[in-house]
Structures are given as structure tokens and as C-alpha cells.
Design a protein around this ligand. Structure first.
Ligand code: F6R
Ligand code: ZN
Length: 204
């Protein structure tokens, strides 16, 4: 791990991973329960199990003062009326923020907090989204052919709480209606705001 200041390019030539230390991949079979249309999800997972998204991470110490950063690459695709999207999570340390910079593509960052507020911010090339502390976040690629590529940075001690979203889902979903993305209430949302017990970091 580098001890001196450094810089790097975010390549626009498709070689996304080379500057980063670790690549995580999420295939549809590993995203059970996040889509409304579970039948389509099972069918697609059996028919080739598409790669939904990849995360390229710069490894830094997981401590306050550091910034963990990297690229999320969400591929285009749909499951039923819903677009390919990330699992979504809270940060384990709720008082930590995150910034996203959209390098390429179109989509949304869907967010909510434990007080029951929600927000949707648009991703398009060159746009920044600031996630304030205490807000869960999920990236959604609404493009038909292009990857949604975002650069993110967040405090080193944030940790990830996936369990709360796995248990309760988000309040809202982004679905395709008449060829356009629209925000709807999640019909599956269970008792809002209750927090599940979590490990320190369920990311890997
Ligand atoms: C880190 C962060 C991003 C996401 C990535 C994948 O705190 O928000 O790096 O981790 O976009 O999404 P998840 O982690 O929800 O699978
Ligand atoms: Zn995050």
C-alpha cells in the first residue's frame, strides 16, 4: 500500500480495473431477494447468471482519516421491470458520508434514512452525488446499452451494513414504465426503520 501521495487516471478506454487493487463481482444469483420479480431473477440466474455489477477498490487502511475509493461499474440490464442495481447498504458507522462522481452512463442513486425520508439523485456523466451521513444508498443503471460507471470515496472506518437493507428493502423502487424510469413505493417493504443486527463489514 502506498505511503506517499499518488495520483491515477480513471481510464475512459475500458481498462477500468488496472489502477485498483481489488475487484468484486456481483452476479444475479448472488442478489437473491433484491428484485420484485423473483421468477425472472431465478430464470435469468439459471440462464447464464449475468454479471450485474463490479466494484474496483483502492485498498487503504480501514481507519478514520483515510478515504476508501474506487469504481462501481453497473452493467445495463433488467429483471422484470427493474434495472440492474447494487445491493445497497447503510454504512455501519452511520455518521459517515460518501461522494460519487459519475464518469459514464445514466441512472440514479436511491437513498433513504432511518427516519423514513427518501431521495433520488440522477447520475449522468460529470455529475456528483453527495450522500449525507445516515443515508442508505443503491445505484441503479437505467441505460439501455451503456455501463453506469461511478467513482466513489468514503471514510476508511465507515464499514458496511448490508443486513438492514436485506431485511427491510428500500422504501422505493425505480422501475420502467412506458419505456421510462419511474419511482414507485416498494410493495414488499416490511416494517420500516427497524434495524437488523449486523457484523462490522459484510462487503466481501
Ligand atoms: C461503498 C459504496 C460503493 C458500493 C458499490 C457497490 O460504501 O457505497 O463502493 O459499495 O457501489 O454497492 P453495494 O456495496 O451496495 O453492493
Ligand atoms: Zn457506501
Amino acid at each position: 500500500m502506498r505511503a506517499r501521495p499518488f495520483s491515477f487516471d480513471i481510464s475512459l478506454k475500458g481498462d477500468w480495473g488496472s489502477q485498483f487493487d481489488r475487484r468484486l463481482e456481483r452476479r444475479l444469483s448472488g442478489l437473491t431477494g433484491i428484485y420484485l420479480d423473483s421468477e425472472s431473477q431465478t430464470r435469468l440466474a439459471l440462464q447464464g447468471d449475468p454479471l450485474v455489477y463490479e466494484v474496483f477498490e483502492m485498498l487503504r487502511p480501514t481507519q478514520a482519516g483515510e478515504l476508501l475509493n474506487g469504481l462501481s461499474v453497473i452493467h445495463p440490464g433488467k429483471v422484470g421491470r427493474e434495472y440492474f442495481m447494487t445491493k445497497g447498504h447503510y454504512h455501519e458507522v452511520r455518521e459517515t458520508a460518501e461522494m460519487y462522481y459519475c464518469v459514464q452512463g445514466t441512472g440514479y442513486l436511491l437513498m433513504e434514512n432511518e427516519q423514513g425520508d427518501w431521495a433520488v439523485e440522477e447520475f449522468r456523466s460529470g455529475r456528483v452525488v453527495y450522500v449525507t451521513p445516515g443515508w442508505a444508498h443503491r445505484s441503479i443503471n437505467t441505460g439501455t446499452a451503456e455501463d453506469l460507471i461511478t467513482y466513489f470515496a468514503y471514510p476508511g472506518h465507515s464499514g458496511h451494513d448490508y443486513a438492514t437493507i436485506e431485511t427491510h428493502g428500500f422504501l422505493k423502487r425505480v422501475v420502467e414504465e412506458d419505456g421510462r424510469p419511474v419511482v414507485i413505493d416498494d410493495p414488499l417493504r416490511s416494517s420500516a426503520g427497524r434495524r437488523a443486527s449486523t457484523g462490522k463489514d459484510g462487503r466481501a
